[in-house]
Design a protein around this ligand. Structure first.
Ligand SMILES: [Zn+2]
Length: 264
């Protein structure tokens, strides 16, 4: 009996240290918030990926809504924040196509497609927790696009510049902060790069490091800077949030970050 109990504790401790951990808690103030109605569509019900998805996520609507709250609480301090975009509906579609996932639409009507082929690939080894971790991670990224603020006068998405880097860097920073990339700077989830301008996880880990070391509300404030600055840039936003000093410029912080994580 004792041995069994010990074994149970051991298994639980192991689960906590496992990267495929339980999802982060939704804060009380967000629990009753409506993140938008979810319409679930399955356009490839015959695919293997669809069957796997339905087995693991029998009720997609509450699953998506709960994960939307995790994204919202990472981006905004409270539902009372006037900057929180009110989404009318989120159309979530399973579809067989080459790719991973994508968000489309804008304003209060957005859609997210998730590839059944990607589901099949992520389920290699029949690891249910791995698939949930991946699916949730992808959802955090795409839902960030639905709820994040958009910076002004700093180019457009297609030019791959500062605007694009903000949009994709924040999406991966939120995914990381919610626990769906390894929270270890030495892990291979963090791509090595010379510049934060590569966006995605390169920028995401950088932003998350600033949150760890400079300001625990950094991601929310960085998101808010998009509404507060008339002409947005990475440099201006960092100084706006952390204080207008040379050491808070984006290049200075990038250098400090790389030294701190032992990359330089
Ligand atoms: Zn994206």
């Amino acid at each position: 009996m004792l041995l069994l109990a010990l074994f149970a504790v051991g298994a639980q401790a192991q689960l906590k240290n496992n990267k495929y951990h339980e999802p982060i808690k939704v804060a009380k103030k967000w629990k009753k918030y409506n993140p938008g109605d979810v319409i679930f569509r399955d356009e490839s019900p015959e695919s293997g990926g669809s069957k796997i998805f339905h087995n693991i996520i029998p009720e997609p609507t509450p699953y998506i809504q709960e994960n939307a709250l995790r994204v919202l609480q990472t981006l905004y301090r409270s539902p009372k924040d006037k900057n929180v975009p009110k989404l009318n509906r989120i159309i979530y579609t399973l579809k067989e196509y080459d790719g991973v996932s994508e968000k489309y639409g804008h304003g209060d009507h957005v859609g997210i497609r998730y590839s059944t082929k990607w589901i099949e690939r992520s389920f290699a080894g029949n690891d249910t927790m791995k698939l949930d971790y991946e699916t949730r991670g992808v959802l955090y990224h795409e839902l960030t696009h639905a709820y994040q603020l958009e910076p002004k006068n700093c180019g457009e998405y297609s030019d791959g510049g500062e605007y694009w880097c903000f949009i994709e860097g924040m999406a991966d920073a939120v995914r990381l902060a919610c626990g769906c990339f390894e929270q270890d700077f030495q892990s291979k989830d963090r791509p090595r790069a010379e510049t934060w301008r590569k966006g995605y996880r390169v920028a995401g880990y950088f932003l998350w490091w600033i949150q760890q070391t400079k300001d625990k509300n950094f991601l929310r404030k960085f998101n808010r800077s998009a509404a507060e600055l008339d002409t947005w840039s990475w440099d201006a936003a960092m100084k706006h949030v952390l204080g207008d000093k040379p050491e808070n410029g984006v290049e200075a912080l990038w250098e400090e970050y790389r030294k701190a994580i032992g990359e330089k």
